[in-house]
Design a protein. Structure first.
Length: 283
């Protein structure tokens, strides 16, 4: 099947550069090493959403609001790159907060965002984009920033109860990137029949195959096994042929000996008859 997925480019995003798209870890490391920690960032997200959702609580005069909005959108884009490049599937029930009771306790006493009692950034990311697309997340952030800056509502019941979901997902996304930062990258569980091969191993394997092809040798282990079986069968056939030849030679030798014995007997009889005839003919 032809892969029709479009390559991600900087023009598809608001803030990401080519190097961030090529390696999202450049941004993730810089943010959590140089900019802030996860607890302070969680508090910033919570304050931004709360004051942006309700204009009476707005803190629109602070420059940090623009910075925080910029970083949250940039983190959405970073997560989207991971979402697409890792081929993460969408979640059927993205609003399911906990998969097990252990996950509930991890959240309550941590907070830790786990899936089946394991920190799972890929699960948090796929739920984030299963709830709504990147374009809709852009619109959500723009609306929050507008209400926060202008200190007026852009429409009655614009967010409603969804504001709780929006805040939860934004905080969970921040933790997803933080877990990736802790691990030095994202680890995706794969079925047991899938084997990962590094680029170097892949290149070495291709080089070996090309060498084997040029030498007329086997292409893989199965070909080697077939060649071994063929060589064994050929050797066995030769051995059987040699044994048959040896048996035939031995039998021919025995027959020649027997024939020689018979010839000697006939010769002896002829000599005796000649002797008897001579005796009878003598006076």
């Amino acid at each position: 099947m032809k892969n029709t997925q479009k390559k991600l480019k900087a023009k598809h995003f608001r803030y990401l550069s080519k190097k961030n798209i090529k390696n999202p870890m450049i941004y993730i490391r810089d943010f959590f090493q140089q900019q802030t920690d996860i607890i302070n960032w969680q508090n910033d997200i919570n304050l931004f959403v709360t004051t942006g959702a309700y204009p009476a609580m707005s803190t629109g005069g602070y420059p940090e609001n623009g910075y925080n909005c910029h970083q949250m959108i940039k983190q959405m884009e970073i997560a989207y790159v991971i979402f697409k490049q890792c081929g993460l599937p969408k979640h059927k029930n993205p609003l399911t907060l906990f998969d097990t009771r252990k996950d509930y306790f991890n959240y309550s006493y941590g907070p830790e965002f786990t899936c089946n009692n394991k920190k799972s950034p890929y699960d948090l990311i796929r739920k984030f984009f299963s709830y709504q697309s990147l374009q809709k997340w852009y619109k959500t952030m723009d609306d929050l920033m507008e209400q926060l800056t202008l200190k007026r509502s852009i429409g009655d019941e614009h967010f409603g109860d969804k504001i709780v979901v929006i805040r939860e997902f934004l905080i969970r996304l921040a933790y997803a990137l933080y877990y990736i930062y802790e691990n030095g990258g994202i680890t995706i569980p794969l079925p047991p029949y899938v084997h990962i091969q590094s680029r170097k191993q892949h290149e070495e394997a291709e080089s070996n195959n090309e060498t084997n092809e040029s030498l007329g040798g086997p292409h893989d282990i199965r070909d080697e096994e077939k060649m071994s079986e063929m060589n064994s069968a050929e050797l066995e056939t030769k051995n059987k042929g040699a044994n048959l030849k040896e048996d035939a030679t031995h039998k021919i030798t025995l027959l020649n000996v027997e024939a020689a014995d018979h010839l000697d007997t006939v010769t002896t009889l002829e000599e005796n008859m000649t002797c008897i005839q001579q005796t009878l003919q003598s006076p």
